[in-house]
Structure formats: structure tokens, C-alpha cells
Design a protein around this ligand. Structure first.
Ligand code: FES
Length: 106
């Protein structure tokens, strides 16, 4: 399965993401620019902020309480489609998901 990241500057980067792997982990493992993932995926650092393509947003589970709190602390302003990439786990339904990486993350 693939995820498409729109990195700061506007380039698109496609990455293979195994099932149940987070979009943060896949991005960091593949050197995708703009996702930091300081906390390792614990939904506590807000450095994996992404804007999810509206076509995929409805396929995601609603943010948990913790994610909702952290999204209020992002460096780039929170938008309606803001999510933490560490909390998005790849599934077959999400194959081809497009996310724009928030800039800045810190
Ligand atoms: Fe820290 Fe996602 S990696 S909040």
C-alpha cells in the first residue's frame, strides 16, 4: 500500500507503507522531508502534523482525546483536516492516502 506525502515546497513523495504501520513511521523510515516524529509515535510531540486529503478523512477513526489535545498545540495552525501522522495506521482502505505535511512542525 502507498501513501502520498506532499512535502514542504509542494513536491509529492510516494512511499510504500505496510499494513498497521503509521504514516509517521513510514515517513521517517524513508527520509520524507518535514515529518520529525520526536516522541516516537506517542501522540505527545505534535511534530508529525499533517493535513489529510478530504477524500480520505472520513475513512479515519476520529481522533482520540490525546490526539485532539495535541492538535491544539501544533506549530502550524490546526485545520479541520489536521491529524497526527503517528496516529494514522495504514489499512487497505487507506491505500493511496494523500497527506500534506504541515510546515513548520516546531
Ligand atoms: Fe509525536 Fe506523532 S510522533 S505526536
Amino acid at each position: 500500500m502507498k501513501a502520498i506525502y506532499i512535502v514542504p515546497g509542494g513536491a509529492e513523495v510516494a512511499v510504500d507503507v505496510p499494513a498497521n504501520t503509521s504514516l509517521m513511521r513510514a515517513a521517517v523510515s524513508n527520509g520524507v522531508d518535514g515529518i520529525i516524529g520526536d516522541c516516537g509515535g506517542a501522540a505527545s510531540c505534535a511534530t508529525c502534523h499533517v493535513f489529510v486529503d478530504p477524500a480520505f478523512l472520513g475513512l479515519l477513526p476520529a481522533p482520540g482525546w490525546n490526539e485532539g489535545q495535541i492538535l491544539d498545540c501544533t506549530a502550524a495552525d490546526r485545520q479541520a483536516n489536521s491529524r497526527l501522522a503517528c496516529q494514522i495506521l495504514m489499512t487497505e482502505a487507506l491505500d493511496g492516502i494523500r497527506v500534506t505535511i504541515a510546515d513548520p512542525q516546531l
